[in-house]
Write a protein that binds this ligand. Structure first.
Ligand code: FES
Length: 115
């Protein structure tokens, strides 16, 4: 998924349109790349709650969008640390550092992330 046209500014915040909400079904993970800003993010629908974090695991070079989404968070596909998607914190080793969590909003059926 690439950065979509239609970025918006809300006061001093810059909101980047990620994708339609309908593209992220409940229980699924998506990859989002903001080529302009150079960021790669994970978009997750966890029981209807949309969460956006950095894409890469903080332990080694693993793409979390290829991991597994469960009620506790996303499980890294490489060494199986689980990251809480609200706090970004790892719940078990070997990962020790949290992934960055982004503020999101859903407006008119579109997911936006605060850039
Ligand atoms: S690369 Fe994710 S836990 Fe090791």
């Amino acid at each position: 998924m690439d950065a979509a046209a239609g970025d918006s500014r809300d006061g001093k915040k810059r909101w980047l349109r990620v994708c339609p909400l309908s593209d992220v079904a409940d229980g699924t993970l998506q990859k989002f790349e903001d080529h302009e800003g150079g960021r790669r993010m994970l978009v997750a629908n966890q029981g209807g709650a949309i969460r956006v974090t950095d894409l890469m695991c903080t332990h080694e070079d693993a793409d979390l969008s290829t991991g597994f989404l469960g009620p506790d968070g996303v499980r890294c596909p490489l060494h199986l640390s689980v990251f809480d998607l609200e706090s970004g914190c790892p719940l078990n080793p070997p990962a020790e550092k949290p992934v960055q969590v982004y503020n999101i909003r859903v407006d008119d059926g579109q997911i936006y992330v605060e850039a």
